[in-house]
Design a protein around this ligand. Structure first.
Ligand code: F6P
Length: 324
């Protein structure tokens, strides 16, 4: 592959706080290495539509502390097609760009990997999703901020729950994974946590609720949106039936989890990963994702991040029941 002189960066899939810090790191470290850096607007859709602009250092000033993504994002249907990816390739080549950095989740990396294979194009991924569900990294950009958003919201719900002696079922995001639910549940002292990775939790939750006695009048139950055993509404009804006179509420936190200023942890991780992604391209380490494992930067083949499943932390699971 020829020498890398011009690179482009895009954000794809659901936005995540800290994506801007990663964009800034790519732009600034790229320029420091003497590269020309381009930003692609609206993810793969913008790449196909040729929305590609040169980025200078000052364009990424004052974005480190902001949520969302200044490059905008999209979940592209067209990039799933061969023709869409060919258009994307032609647009990059017409600008002399021969390295692409994709900030996103597993869907974005599946597209990136296919694109890289079809066109022998150098691609590096940076994990950016609040779900933390990517194999090959302990943390994804945005996860820590989303967690803190959940903790902040649930602490507030706890105030009203305890004032009214109510039981609250709180649904958190995470797609099919329970990373947000598990950690936020521990951090908020939830009475029960239900995640898709563990079976039999509805029964366990019902047991906890019926055994809680008179001392505990209010409770918080965190439910991952991907929980499959029962819907949050069904669970609320089950508790109402089992505990006559109980006052049960359901709260779906929704997209508020995905917004806001990134935490210091997300800013630093995103900055490290952005710099590492540029280094990977310069060192011809292509078709890899930059990860953070045991707080060290690592590179893992994109194909592995797509195929392999990341497990929830069993040590965390083990302490849940001991803390109720
Ligand atoms: O992947 C991030 C995420 O926020 C998931 O937790 C959630 O299931 C999904 O995106 C929501 O997607 P959308 O914003 O397209 O509704």
């Amino acid at each position: 592959m020829e020498e890398i002189k011009r690179i482009a960066v895009l954000t794809s899939g659901g936005d995540a706080p800290g994506m801007n810090a990663a964009i800034r790191a790519v732009v600034r470290s790229g320029i420091s290495h003497g590269l020309e850096v381009f930003g692609i607007v609206r993810g793969y859709d913008g790449l196909i539509g040729n929305e590609i602009k040169r980025m200078q250092s000052q364009e990424v000033s004052n974005i480190l502390q902001t949520g969302g993504t200044i490059l905008k994002t999209a979940r592209s249907e067209e990039f799933m097609t061969l023709q869409g990816r060919k258009k994307a390739y032609d647009n990059l080549i017409s600008k002399g760009i021969n390295g692409l950095i994709v900030i996103g989740g597993d869907g974005s990396f599946a597209g990136a990997s296919r694109f890289a294979g079809e066109h022998n194009f150098a691609v590096v991924g940076i994990p950016g999703t609040i779900d933390n569900d990517l194999y090959g990294t302990d943390y994804t950009i945005g996860y820590d901020t989303a967690l803190n958003n959940v903790v902040d919201a649930v602490d507030k719900i706890r105030d009203t729950a305890s004032s009214h002696n109510r039981i609250f079922f709180v649904e958190v995001m995470g797609r099919e994974a329970g990373f947000i639910a598990l950690r936020s549940g521990i951090a908020t002292g939830a009475e029960a946590i239900l995640i898709p990775e563990v079976e039999g939790q509805v029964k366990q939750m019902m047991k906890t609720m019926t055994n809680r006695g008179e001392i505990k009048k209010s409770s918080i139950i965190i439910v991952a949106e991907g929980e499959r055993e029962a819907s949050i509404w069904e669970m609320a009804d089950m508790v109402r039936k089992e505990l006559p006179g109980s006052d049960v509420r359901v709260s779906i936190l929704g997209h508020i989890q995905r917004g806001g200023r990134p935490t210091a942890y997300d800013r630093v991780s995103a900055s490290r990963m952005g710099v590492a992604a540029v280094d990977a391209l310069l060192n011809k380490k292509n078709n890899v994702m930059v990860g953070l494992v045991n707080n060290k930067i690592t590179l893992v083949p994109l194909s592995k991040t797509i195929k392999l499943h990341k497990e929830v932390n069993r040590d965390l699971l083990a302490i849940v029941d001991l803390l109720v």
